[in-house]
Ligand binder design. Structure first.
Ligand SMILES: [Zn+2]
Ligand SMILES: [Zn+2]
Length: 210
């Protein structure tokens, strides 16, 4: 499995291209870019590695993770996947939510609704959907072999905001302590913002996992 991180947009969102190196199939997680040059850099990466894009996956519905959905879909015509509880943030309401974030963007509506335990398969890679609400109701983490993409649930040394109307501090603590913290230390954590880390490092030093 190949993972390439691109930090994009004014909120410095981590957008990931994850690919099966054998079958050359890929997904894009959280296309948070709203300008052409960032999009072209990522599209160029897909092209240079002869990757076929299969899906757009949003870890949650906030516009800093979804504002590039339209650009990707326009070029690759692939489905947008998001947890059922955050799907309402895409489509028509995405304009209003984006303006709340100071962004001008519109995401097409979701094509596939994800549920806890679903798998997103491309080539020989399967990412399991782990529902980790708290930052938003439909926040998910995507679990691969020895890696996890945590969106805005878990960051290196910190966690995502829980002060949005759709947030829940209570759910966040359950997601962090009962779900993420049960993963083995060797898991590599790819967060929605900031540097890559490991579960072991977070269990040792992240105050929210204590
Ligand atoms: Zn967010
Ligand atoms: Zn974010």
């Amino acid at each position: 499995m190949m993972v390439q991180m691109f930090t994009v947009g004014r909120f410095l969102t981590n957008c990931y291209v994850v690919a099966c190196e054998e079958k050359k199939e890929a997904v894009i997680i959280d296309p948070g870019f709203d300008n052409k040059s960032e999009a072209e850099k990522i599209f160029g990466f897909l092209d240079a590695n002869a990757l076929t894009l299969k899906f757009i996956v949003n870890t949650h519905g906030h516009p800093d993770h979804t504002c590039g959905n339209r650009m990707v879909k326009k070029v690759f015509a692939v489905p947008i996947l998001i947890h059922e509880h955050d799907a309402y943030m895409l489509g028509e309401s995405s304009k209003r939510i984006a303006s709340f974030f100071g962004l001008e963007s519109f995401s097409p509506p979701a094509d596939v609704l994800l549920h806890d335990g679903d798998t997103v398969k491309f080539g020989n890679v399967a990412l399991k959907v782990l529902h980790t609400p708290g930052h938003s109701r439909g926040s998910t983490s995507l679990l691969g072999e020895k890696v996890i993409f945590t969106g805005d649930t878990l960051f290196a040394g910190s966690i995502g905001r829980t002060d949005f109307p759709e947030s829940s501090e209570h759910d966040m603590m359950i997601s962090l302590r009962s779900k993420l913290a049960t993963l083995p230390d060797y898991f590599i954590v790819y967060p929605g913002h900031g540097p890559t880390t490991t579960m072991g490092e977070e269990k040792r030093s992240n105050p929210f996992l204590q």
